[in-house]
Design a protein around this ligand. Sequence first.
Ligand SMILES: Nc1nc2c(ncn2[C@@H]2O[C@H](COP(=O)(O)OP(=O)(O)OP(=O)(O)O)[C@@H](O)[C@H]2O)c(=O)[nH]1
Ligand SMILES: [Mg+2]
Length: 202
Amino acid sequence: MLFSRECKFVTGAVNLAGIPDTSLPEIAFAGRSNVGKSSLINSLTGRKNIARTSVTPGRTREINFFCLNNTMMIADLPGFGYAKAPKVNIKKWTTLVENYLKGRASLRRTCLLIDSRRGPMQSDISVMNMLDEAAVSYIIVLTKSDKIKPNSVLNMKKVCENDLKSRPAAYPSVIASSSKTGDGISYLRSHLAALAVSTESI
Ligand SMILES: Nc1nc2c(ncn2[C@@H]2O[C@H](COP(=O)(O)OP(=O)(O)OP(=O)(O)O)[C@@H](O)[C@H]2O)c(=O)[nH]1
Ligand SMILES: [Mg+2]
């Protein structure tokens, strides 16, 4: 229900000062450049292009905030791990996103998106380490499940869930999704909608 209602773009923040002042529960979408963050937000909200999607990795440079039905906030984070990104951009990403993730009191969960075909890469592992150390609750969402065989998706899900056992801030189950076929989208919607009403942090 929540996701089929009003969805408004609020603002794009390039620094901490630009982050909107709101106490609504918030969900963040993090992941490597091109993993499918903006596409997933479009699919979840049923909008074709509320979150801009790109063929050029590194397109989303600011944190884009959306508000669902005046009930929940969504934050689309700039992608990381793009090898060709200038060093100064990488530093900017790290500072802005780390400060946001560690300091956002209203953040209920971070969805860390990982490509189903590749699994966690070094940059994903660094982000998971940071989230575990800062006790920021996160869930792994595998993207682009349409690109590989269903069996391989299941396998990747199991491998990731096994790795997560030793990670204190990780939600134990992994969700496989595709913005193309809609796989996992309604499941993810209900998972996130439940966080909008509950006050628990994990
Ligand atoms: N086949 C397939 N392609 C997808 C899927 N999700 C995203 N893509 C494609 O992957 C590319 C990147 O998608 P984006 O949603 O822009 O990725 P992003 O993570 O927001 O990228 P940045 O903003 O650069 O960090 C686009 O060409 C999308 O069409 C999916 O589920 N299946
Ligand atoms: Mg994007």
